[in-house]
Design a protein around this ligand. Structure first.
Ligand code: CUA
Length: 367
């Protein structure tokens, strides 16, 4: 008898569950669309990607929310009441109608989204009218830094190389992405497009920057202990300013790191070493993010505590630890985590300033 009553009410429960699910879905969609998921759009491609994202939210939120509503409602409504612990439920042998419905609906949804997403990707990856003039940038991923190479711009017969990404506004740029060790993922969130850097093959995408400014370049594939620090900066310049930047790179390197013997002391005085240590300089990542140094008030644990590790070292040794971090690895730490490119992301004067700053604090305890 009890069994019959439950079956009869279950029929009326379906519309109730769907109604709750529908209202909750509308709330979920409203929330999903209200959240600002991404930074400001900075490429021609960004708008289509954001629209695709919104469509995915509208379609996928109800799937999740309705399933949760049906499960939650059923758990509550059909729970065992006191005295029913020993009862079996009604014997059910499947429902062809239900199975067809719950296979067909997801299949149609997925097929529709695949076709739509494919169309969006095809549109935004369309080559510009003249690919011959399109700028190309080869992006090299290596644990744990990006480097950028401009095959179309020659400096002393070699393609121009840079640790920071510079591109002109309003021109289509094709990125050819490579990895020299493990899988990384080249992503500038403001441009939206992203692609894996896979050893042995070249992947690519193109974007047209539409907004001036600087934007984070990040690695979006867990690639080792230094993954989180594999961050650099993309600079979008007016075309004229880009030409100027190229011209400065073509001049014999003055502030580009390297030897650095002459760059020195005069400039060192004006550098805020503490700020540099704590925040980095835009190109070079922050020392303090990974290292503890009392004077800077940093408490990073990824690398050695510098007050301990460098307390007996000479300035020359400290400089080596910055520009050639693999030369000596502190006990208990793995090699290859500290970015290998500080010699080029920091100027000679900045390196000297950091060496003096770290030396003074690491040796302070011994005086
Ligand atoms: Cu490279 Cu994560």
């Amino acid at each position: 008898m009890g069994e019959h009553r439950n079956r009869a009410t279950a029929k009326r429960d379906v519309p109730v569950m769907l109604a709750i699910g529908l209202i909750a879905s509308l709330a979920g969609i409203a929330l999903g669309l209200a959240i600002d998921w991404f930074p400001a759009q900075a490429s021609k491609q960004a708008d289509s990607i954001d629209t695709l994202w919104d469509v995915l939210i509208i379609v996928s939120v109800p799937v999740f929310v309705i399933v949760c509503c049906v499960v939650g409602y059923s758990v509550f409504r059909f729970r065992a009441r006191p005295g029913e612990e020993e009862l079996d439920g009604p014997p059910i042998h499947g429902s062809t109608k239900l199975e067809v419905i719950w296979t067909a609906i997801p299949a149609i949804l997925i097929a529709g989204l695949v076709v739509y997403a494919w169309g969006v990707l095809r549109d935004i990856e369309k080559a510009p009218a003249s690919t011959a003039k399109e700028m190309r940038v080869v992006v090299h991923g290596v644990q744990f830094a990006w480097t950028f190479e401009y095959p179309g711009i020659k400096v002393a017969g070699q393609p121009l190389k840079s640790d920071q990404l510079f591109v002109p506004k309003g021109e289509s740029v094709k990125f050819l992405v490579k990895s020299e060790d493990v899988i990384h993922d080249f992503w500038v969130p403001a441009w939206r497009m992203k692609v894996d850097a896979v050893p042995g093959i070249t992947t690519s995408y193109r974007i047209t920057p539409t907004r001036l400014g600087t934007y984070p370049v990040v690695c979006a594939e867990l690639c080792g202990l230094g993954h989180a620090f594999m961050r650099q900066t993309a600079h979008v310049l007016e075309p004229a300013a880009f030409v100027k930047w190229v011209a400065t790179k073509k001049k014999p390197a003055v502030a580009a790191g390297g030897g650095g013997a002459a760059g020195g002391s005069g400039a060192t005085a004006s550098i805020d070493a503490k700020k540099l240590f704590v925040e980095g300089n835009g190109a070079a990542t922050s020392c303090g993010a990974c290292h503890t140094l009392a004077a800077a008030g940093t408490t990073g644990q990824t690398g050695p505590n510098l007050n301990e590790f460098l307390k007996a070292d000479t300035k020359a040794k400290i400089k080596q630890a910055i520009v050639d971090p693999q030369a000596e690895i502190a006990k208990g730490y793995a090699g290859g985590i500290m970015p290998p490119n500080y010699a080029s992301t920091l100027s000679a004067a900045e390196i000297d300033a950091l060496v003096n700053y770290i030396y003074d604090d690491a040796h302070a305890g011994r005086r």
